[in-house]
Design a protein around this ligand. Structure first.
Ligand SMILES: [Zn+2]
Length: 263
């Protein structure tokens, strides 16, 4: 036996052991019921357990008709928040399914990092419910894109998964590749409002070959979480510059402290 063969044996054993472990994991995945992404308790169906479900905070009217942020009290129909008047976004209207809290964060993280792609249809249904008025007027959905380097590292874009789920539920088509992230941006986490806006400035562009799919169309941007709104604002600017007739925003979860009205 040569020296190289002697080295090869343990490597082969290691490979066989790895393959066996992978097979065991696959068998366990099939045998075990799915886990609640928030509390890790086994659940009968897919999605959240009843206890976590009851803690979810769905967003409903009264809210600012422009930003979709819930009001403390009902000011009557069509009233805008002070934020929407003082600092209007580039997009027309935004709607979110739920408030960003412990439970919705667990869902977003499970979809984004935990490969729980099975959650996307459920999350998409909730977004469709929150955005039904916007969807009724839309020509196409545009997912907030990842830079190709991050897409390569993560293998999929969670916003594109949500856009596909919304499309399946609503029938509004996805305009894939309508928008490109041309600048690799730092994570927005931990940045101030001004820093976030600066970070994503000039980060998005409509590629030449997608201009026809954008010009004159009513589009809806899709993202998983809205914090300051800087990312969707930069995306909306790029789409409007390329001639989009209207840009609305649909989000799964938004950071939402209840706001006061303009009156
Ligand atoms: Zn749970």
């Amino acid at each position: 036996m040569t020296l190289s063969a002697g080295i090869a044996v343990p490597t082969q054993i290691k490979r066989v052991a790895e393959a066996m472990r992978a097979a065991m994991r696959a068998t366990l995945d099939l045998a075990l019921p799915p886990l609640c992404p928030a509390c890790r308790e086994p659940v009968a169906g897919q999605g959240l357990c009843p206890a976590c479900w009851s803690k979810l905070s769905f967003i409903a009217r009264p809210y600012c008709e422009r930003l979709g942020i819930p009001f403390v009290y009902d000011p009557g129909p069509g009233i805008l928040s002070m934020e929407a008047i003082a600092d209007p976004p580039a997009y027309h209207r935004a709607r979110a399914a739920v408030r960003f809290d412990e439970i919705s964060r667990a869902l977003v993280h499970a979809l984004k990092y935990g490969d729980r792609l099975d959650l996307a249809p459920m999350m998409g249904r909730w977004i469709c419910h929150a955005g039904r008025e916007l969807l009724a007027e839309a020509d196409a959905l545009v997912a907030v894109p990842l830079h190709w380097r991050r897409l390569w590292a993560r293998r999929f874009n969670q916003s594109a998964m949500l856009a596909a789920a919304i499309s399946a539920e609503s029938g509004v088509p996805v305009a894939a590749a309508a928008l490109k992230r041309v600048k690799p941006t730092a994570q927005q986490v931990g940045l101030s409002r001004t820093e976030r806006a600066k970070n994503v400035q000039g980060a998005f562009r409509v590629p030449q070959e997608s201009k026809a799919a954008v010009a004159g169309r009513r589009l809806i941007l899709v993202d998983d979480v809205l914090t300051s709104g800087a990312t969707v604002d930069a995306c909306a600017r790029a789409l409007l510059r390329a001639g989009a007739a209207n840009v609305d925003v649909l989000i799964f979860a938004r950071v939402a402290e209840a706001v006061r009205t303009s009156i």
